[in-house]
Design a protein around this ligand. Structure first.
Ligand SMILES: C[S@@+](CC[C@H](N)C(=O)[O-])C[C@H]1O[C@@H](n2cnc3c(N)ncnc32)[C@H](O)[C@@H]1O
Length: 163
């Protein structure tokens, strides 16, 4: 098939050397089956930006609340707002590591995608983790001293900080 509007295409790419393991201390997680060199693209994930207040309140009351990302937008009046984004693909499967995250992301708001890359060499058997930011709403399995933080309104809406 010949695609005519190549300018609006998003090339997809996912590292093949990955599995999802269940029953880890963090629930399901993404693990490397082979060494993954630094800077390797791990996944290119499309996002669904959720802006409507009614939808945001609904998300807050569902299990989706544990998966959405903060997403900063500028509304038609020029005001910056933080709304939520549902990230499809592995972007919703990465667990949090405060001190040893090995995956970073780059957000392309215009094209509605996030590209995840290896921040360093990831060894076979290692879990791929991102950082959710400083304030978590769950007990961090890596840190026995962390206590549950109910957060303020913003944090309760999401768990993953993009900015
Ligand atoms: C975006 S999901 C990640 C995938 C999730 N583990 C699953 O099984 O679907 C975020 C949830 O994973 C869990 N999680 C992520 N990082 C964690 C960590 N460092 N310690 C404990 N649980 C974690 C928390 O339950 C959190 O709400």
């Amino acid at each position: 098939m010949v695609l005519e509007s190549a300018g609006s295409q998003v090339s997809l790419q996912r590292c093949a050397d990955l599995v999802i393991l269940s029953d880890t201390p963090k629930g399901r997680g993404v693990f490397a089956t082979k060494h993954i060199p630094s800077r390797t693209i791990i996944d290119v994930c499309p996002v669904l930006v959720v802006e409507a207040e009614a939808d945001l309140k609904l998300i807050e009351r569902t299990c989706l609340n544990h998966y959405t990302y903060n997403w900063s937008i500028v509304d038609p009046k020029g005001h910056r707002r933080v709304v939520q984004a549902v990230v499809f693909g592995l972007g919703s499967m990465f667990n949090h590591s405060r001190e040893d995250q090995n995956v970073g992301w780059e957000r392309d708001a215009e094209r509605g995608i996030i590209t995840y890359r290896a921040l360093r060499l990831i060894k076979a058997g290692e879990e791929l983790c991102i950082s959710y930011g400083g304030r978590l709403t769950f007990v961090d399995a890596d840190d026995n001293s962390t206590t549950y933080n109910e957060g303020d309104g913003i944090e309760q809406l999401n768990q993953i900080q993009l900015d």
